[in-house]
Design a protein around this ligand. Structure first.
Ligand SMILES: *Cc1c(COP(=O)(O)O)cnc(C)c1O
Length: 219
């Protein structure tokens, strides 16, 4: 079990190393609430979870504390109603169908949801995310029928899990290029970079890194 003091040390090292404009999301999925409390005690506000049920249970546990919950993993349409209750930002919207469901459920709940569109940048078939053509189509559809209860804040992507730094770099670069190409002006979040590759991601223009094991220990 990782000690609270080492969580605090790792967070501080990361925050020192990250440029000021880069948000650190501490990915706490699978970790017990004691370790999340250690991160909160160290001043961390943004926490990432990839399962709706776990995120909501933790959100209820930490009710009243200043936490911003990030839903970072694949989200199923039938989980949207639950996901929007506590999510400050939903990172991995990968279809128009999912986006429409988030907008509809947010309307019903009287909420405004914030989302990122996930792009497929890796050379791995099993990673989720849309192509540039799909992104283009979604943004065009929204232009003619604007979302009423959902704000798109930018893009998210995951690089290939590989030691080939040049490949990772070129994948992050392609995401940042799409971010700049399609940004209607108000996008502020390019979510890329995890424990193993956040330095490269920041180098390539990430504005938000999602770091789990480098803070909380391996899962
Ligand atoms: C688990 C996860 C992370 C964090 O991964 P680490 O390698 O532990 O830093 C980041 N992003 C997503 C989408 C994840 O599912």
């Amino acid at each position: 079990m990782t000690e609270a003091s080492s969580i605090s040390d790792r967070l501080n090292q990361l925050k020192t190393a990250l440029p000021e404009h880069v948000t650190l999301v501490a990915v706490s999925k699978t970790k017990p609430v004691e370790l999340l409390q250690a991160a909160l005690d160290a001043g961390q506000v943004d926490l990432g979870e990839n399962r709706v049920q776990e995120m909501n249970a933790k959100a209820e546990h930490f009710d009243g504390q200043p936490v911003r919950w990030h839903h970072i993993g694949h989200l199923q349409t039938n989980k949207v109603k639950q996901a929007i209750r506590h999510a400050h930002l939903i990172h991995a919207v990968d279809s128009n169908r999912l986006l429409a469901e988030i907008d509809k459920r947010s309307k019903n709940a009287g909420l405004r949801s914030r989302v990122l569109l996930q792009l497929h940048i890796a050379q791995e078939a099993q990673k989720h995310g849309m192509t540039e053509a799909e992104l283009d189509a979604i943004l065009n559809a929204i232009e003619s029928a604007p979302l009423q209860h959902t704000e798109i804040c930018g893009l998210m992507g995951m690089a290939t899990f590989t030691d080939d730094a040049a490949q990772v770099r070129s994948e992050f670069r392609s995401l940042r290029t799409l971010f700049d190409r399609y940004n209607p002006g108000h996008w502020n979040t390019c979510s890329m970079g995890m424990s193993g590759d956040w330095r490269i991601a920041v180098d390539e223009g990430s504005t938000l890194v999602r770091v789990g094991s480098a803070i909380f220990g391996s899962r």
